[in-house]
Design a protein around this ligand. Structure first.
Ligand code: ZN
Length: 223
């Protein structure tokens, strides 16, 4: 099984950072992606099934979405699209005006309609629901202090079609041949989320939840 880990944006992408500029999305997504690739390559699905994880974008600069999809589809053509999956790592933002916002939480996206990506997204969502236990426990206290507005939930979900992923026609989800999902790990323009993302505890939890969700998908859905 080939697992492709994409990391959002690049050093030359405008915006995409916390209002105090301490967190840059391209750097955080690369840190998570690199650690996730290492973690996956050190684990087995079972005695017979190692995982081969690759970074889709080794560069620090932004790589265009068509080029990202071309790279992913080259793996699909070589190994068979049923033997490849892709996870794109991002951090969310509620605005682009450089101000702190009150939205927070974790979520995952797939392309519209029912595909294998829905199973992959559900497994990663379930792993996040477990792996972000401490974040979830702190959330209501921080919310009471005003860090999040009253509509916010730590695990964001759209259950209208029976599963927790949001659906969107994101380029990387629509133009890749293999199952592909995009995760938004917390909000870079929320101060409390940002503190968690900048902590070792937070980064480690996010790396782990992705690894666990991907491995559970391969175990439970890949025949
Ligand atoms: Zn992004």
């Amino acid at each position: 099984m080939i697992v492709l880990i994409d990391n959002g944006h690049g050093s030359d992408t405008p915006g995409k950072c916390s209002p105090d500029r301490k967190l840059k999305e391209y750097l955080k997504s690369r840190e998570i992606a690199r650690r996730l690739v290492k973690t996956l390559n050190s684990r087995m699905v079972n005695a017979k099934t190692p995982i081969e994880a690759h970074l889709l974008v080794e560069e620090d600069k932004d790589i265009s979405l068509p080029e990202r999809c071309r790279r992913a589809n080259a793996y699909c053509d070589k190994y068979g699209k049923e033997n490849v999956l892709l996870v794109s790592i991002h951090c969310n933002a509620a605005g682009a005006d450089g101000k702190w916002k009150s939205a927070g939480g974790w979520c995952v996206y797939t392309s519209p309609g029912r595909t294998k990506a829905d199973d992959l997204a559900t497994e990663i969502w379930k792993a996040a629901d477990e792996g972000l236990k401490d974040y979830k426990e702190r959330f209501p206290f921080l919310q009471a202090q005003g860090a999040y507005d009253s509509r916010q939930k730590p695990m964001r979900a759209d259950w209208s079609d029976g599963d927790p992923d949001y659906e969107a026609r994101f380029y990387i989800l629509v133009h890749t041949k293999c199952p592909a999902v995009l995760t938004e790990s917390l909000f870079q323009d929320n101060k409390a989320d940002c503190d968690f993302l900048l902590s070792e505890e937070g980064t480690k939890a996010i790396v782990e939840l992705h690894a666990n969700g991907i491995i559970n998908y391969i175990k439970n859905h890949k025949k």
